[in-house]
Structure formats: structure tokens, C-alpha cells
Design a protein around this ligand. Structure first.
Ligand code: UGA
Length: 427
């Protein structure tokens, strides 16, 4: 099939490479010529394991064509995927300006009827809004919602091995045609209406965020009663109705999705006259969880001012260079404000973090360098490389052997054996 993808961010580029790997011809649109030139050379604009090689393979097979020419690209086939950003506005609502611009441009340039498939995370009703904009074109367009469920860091795997594909449309025949694009992917395939598909995406992200805030509250309670949150989560997760996923306690959720989508769903509900009480609490718990790191730091060091503190991890989670809404960034800023000398290391996200962090923050090229003369080492991202560190060597480099494990990544017994004072979250 001939498919057009508008947008080459996480969702757009993974969709482009994934669809090409399924055998389709894909025209991917980015309006910036310099970015298109890079993409044509197989260079991706962010770090995502496996995506670079998938892109190169499909460029070689001539399955992917990057272009700045919107008009030409949308008239290539019958399917147009909208994969543009919907960042949060100041009040938490999703900013739909990029989606609206795409809809207006399709209205202007489409020379035939098209199936417009929205993959961007958009509030319920956006499909109808796009439909209204497109009504100005003389051709008939079918509006479809096909929400994306990939996670950063494992997006390529998520494309091919997903729990479900959801397609929402007014016309079931149209929905089936869109579903056929994914014929080669074996998974549960659900066809529903437009509004329901849009809400499935928000509800899924909000529910996962709720699980995380729930386990973080259990973690805080564990500390009062001497229980171990990881063991509690393990025991809970054995119940198939609960499942073990998204039950890792720590410094709360970050990233470009959960914080934005939970707020947007709360706002969407409010806009329709419904107060989403639970989500208010989910957000509050998540904000407090980051602050807890500062409280624990003060307990360990007494006074933060003038102390050297190491933060390992800048990305919002492992296997990505994305620092959007990363708890690590907030924590570093707070420590810096309190007068600490903060030394940081991340295997991939330093370049992005340098753009937002204060010039006083010291960026190091290895965990060892970051640990030198430190009085406290904080784990802020769950990179697996931190588990493999030679901790006895790190201990020798530090001034005081304090570890605050914000991600419950390390093994308490091993670290205590090496002589560390090990503090975790909910243990
Ligand atoms: C999330 C969803 O997991 C995807 O299904 C969805 O498609 C995506 O948002 C999206 O809307 O585009 P992502 O933000 O990439 O994916 O990352 P997650 O792995 O879900 O992690 C989000 C945050 O929660 C991270 O900060 C992570 O450290 C934290 N987290 C995750 C926990 O604190 N505990 C957990 O058990 C799991």
C-alpha cells in the first residue's frame, strides 16, 4: 500500500519505519529541509535503540521517501497518518495547532478522497474537528483514530509486538481497511468508534500513571511499617487482574506522555463538566514523589549547602535521550538552588540536559568521574549500566559512601556489604 506519514518525531518515524518493514511504500513528511536531508542519510534525530538500522534498511530497499513536499506526499496513496506533536498548553490542555495545520493543508492540497488516520494523542472530539476542517474540500474524507501505544526506548519492539491495535471510525469498512495495513502483525485487533478510540489512548496512559502513583504511595507507607515495596509489588503483580507492570516505585513518572496526558484527561473531563477526582490525586502524588528525594537528601546530609552530590541519570527513563518532564532535571535544579555542587552523568541524555540546566551543573563523562569527592550519589534514571558499576571503586572515589536510589535499581545487601549507607524508596 502507498501511505503518507506527516511528522517524523518518535511516533512518526517509528510508524514510517514500521510500515515500510511491513512492505508498504511510505512518504514521510517533515517541513524542515535540513531534517529531511539528515533523515535521507539514515540519521535519526533522537536516540531510540534499533530505529537507525531499521531506517537504513528501508531506505536501501527504497520503501521510505522523505520529503518536505506536503502537497505531493498526501496525494501519493489513499492513507495519510497524522503523527504530529500535541504538547501541553499552560493549563494542561493539549495544544492542537499542529494537528489543525495538517488538516488545513490537507483541505488545501488533497486532489482525491483520502483516509485520514490520526496517531497523535489527541483529546476526544479532535477527529470531529479535523472532519469539520476537511469538509471545505470537495472530496469525501474518512476520519480514523489509530492511537499509538509505543514506549520510548523500546519503540521498535513495541511496533511489531504490541498488545493490541485499536482503530476507531464511523464506518466499519473504512476501519477494516486501515486495520489491513497491519495485517502482518499478529495481535488483538479492536475496531470501535472514533471517540472511543481517542479515549482509549488517554485512559490507558492515565491508568498506568495511576498504578505508578499508587505504588509510590504504598512505598511511602512501607517506610512507616518496615515493609519492602518491591516485594509488595511482586506479590500484588502475581494476581493476573493486577499484573506486574507499571508497579515500580521510585521518584514518579516523567516523560512527554504520562504527565501531559494525565493533565489533559483531567482538563478534558473538567471541560465537559466532570471533576476527575482520582487524577488530581495521581498528579499530586507524582509531584510530591520528586520532592521526597530532597527530603531524603536533607536527612542523609543534614545540610545540603556546599555539599558535593552526584546524580546518575538525566533522562526520564532508561534507553532514551529524552529529558522532557524528567524527575532528574527537577531534582538537580532543586539541589543546585539549595547550594549543592551537583555533578551529573547520563550515557545518552547529557546533550539535551545541557540545554536546560544551569551552567553551574558539572557534566561528567563517566559515573566514576561524577563520583569523585561526592558526599551522596543519587540514582535518578533506571539505566541498566548503573547496575554493572564497580561499586567498591566508586566508594573509594567518594568522600562519603551515601547512595540514594531513587529508582530502587540496586541491591541493598551488595551495597551494604561494600560499606555503603544505602537509602531507597519504600524499603
Ligand atoms: C508511555 C506508555 O507506556 C506508552 O504505552 C504510550 O504509548 C506512551 O507513553 C505514549 O503515550 O506515547 P513512555 O512515556 O515512553 O510510554 O514510557 P514508560 O515506560 O511508560 O515510562 C513513563 C515514566 O514512568 C518514566 O518516567 C518511568 O521511569 C516511570 N515508571 C514507569 C515508573 O516510575 N514505574 C513504572 O513501573 C513504570
Amino acid at each position: 500500500m502507498k501511505i503518507t506519514v506527516i511528522g517524523t518525531g518518535y511516533v512518526g518515524l517509528v510508524t514510517t519505519c514500521g510500515l515500510a518493514s511491513l512492505g508498504h511504500q511510505v512518504w514521510a513528511v517533515n517541513r524542515t529541509p535540513a531534517k529531511v536531508r539528515k533523515l535521507e542519510k539514515g540519521q535519526i534525530l533522537f536516540y531510540e535503540p534499533g530505529l537507525g538500522s531499521l531506517l537504513k534498511k528501508n531506505l536501501k530497499n527504497r520503501k521510505i521517501h522523505f520529503t518536505t513536499n506536503f502537497k505531493e506526499a498526501i496525494n501519493k496513496g489513499n492513507f495519510v497518518f497524522i503523527c504530529v506533536g500535541t504538547p501541553p498548553l499552560a493549563d494542561g490542555r493539549a495544544d492542537l495547532s499542529a494537528v489543525k495545520k495538517v488538516a488545513k493543508d490537507i483541505t488545501r492540497y488533497a486532489k482525491k478522497p483520502l483516509m485520514i488516520i490520526n496517531k497523535s494523542t489527541v483529546p476526544v472530539g479532535t477527529g470531529r474537528l479535523v472532519e469539520k476542517i476537511l469538509a471545505k474540500n470537495s472530496h469525501k474524507f474518512n476520519i480514523v483514530s489509530c492511537p499509538e501505544f509505543l514506549s520510548e526506548g523500546k519503540a521498535v519492539k513495541d511496533f511489531f509486538h504490541r498488545d493490541r491495535i485499536v482503530v476507531g471510525a464511523d464506518n466499519k469498512l473504512v476501519a477494516q481497511k486501515v486495520m489491513n495495513i497491519f495485517k502482518k502483525i499478529k495481535t488483538v485487533k479492536m475496531i470501535t468508534d472514533l471517540e472511543t478510540a481517542e479515549l482509549i489512548k488517554y485512559s490507558s496512559n492515565a491508568f498506568l500513571a495511576t498504578k505508578i502513583s499508587f505504588i509510590n504511595e504504598i512505598a511511602n507507607f512501607c517506610e512507616l511499617v518496615g515493609a519492602d515495596v518491591d516485594e509488595v509489588a511482586k506479590g500484588m503483580g502475581l494476581d493476573k487482574r493486577i499484573a506486574p507492570y507499571s508497579l515500580k516505585a521510585g521518584i514518579g513518572y516523567g516523560g512527554s506522555c504520562f504527565p501531559k496526558d494525565v493533565k489533559a484527561l483531567k482538563q478534558m473531563a473538567a471541560g465537559n463538566g466532570y471533576e476527575f477526582k482520582l487524577l488530581k490525586a495521581v498528579i499530586k502524588v507524582n509531584n510530591l514523589q520528586r520532592r521526597l528525594v530532597i527530603k531524603k537528601t536533607k536527612e542523609i546530609l543534614n545540610n545540603v549547602k556546599g555539599k558535593t552530590i552526584t546524580v546518575l541519570g538525566l533522562a526520564f527513563k532508561n534507553d532514551t535521550d529524552d529529558i522532557r518532564e524528567s524527575a532528574a532535571i527537577d531534582i538537580i535544579n532543586w539541589l543546585n538552588k539549595l547550594g549543592a555542587k551537583v555533578k551529573v552523568f547520563d550515557p545518552k541524555a547529557s546533550k539535551n540536559a545541557k540545554k536546560v540546566l544551569n551552567s553551574k551543573i558539572i557534566f561528567c563523562s563517566s559515573p566514576k568521574e561524577a563520583a569523585v569527592k561526592s558526599q551522596l550519589l543519587i540514582i535518578a534514571t533506571e539505566w541498566s549500566m548503573f547496575k554493572q558499576l564497580k561499586w567498591p571503586v566508586i566508594k573509594k572515589l567518594m568522600k562519603k559512601p551515601n547512595i540514594l536510589d531513587g529508582k530502587n535499581l540496586l541491591d541493598r545487601k551488595t551495597l551494604e556489604k561494600y560499606g555503603f549507607n544505602y537509602v531507597a524508596m519504600g524499603k
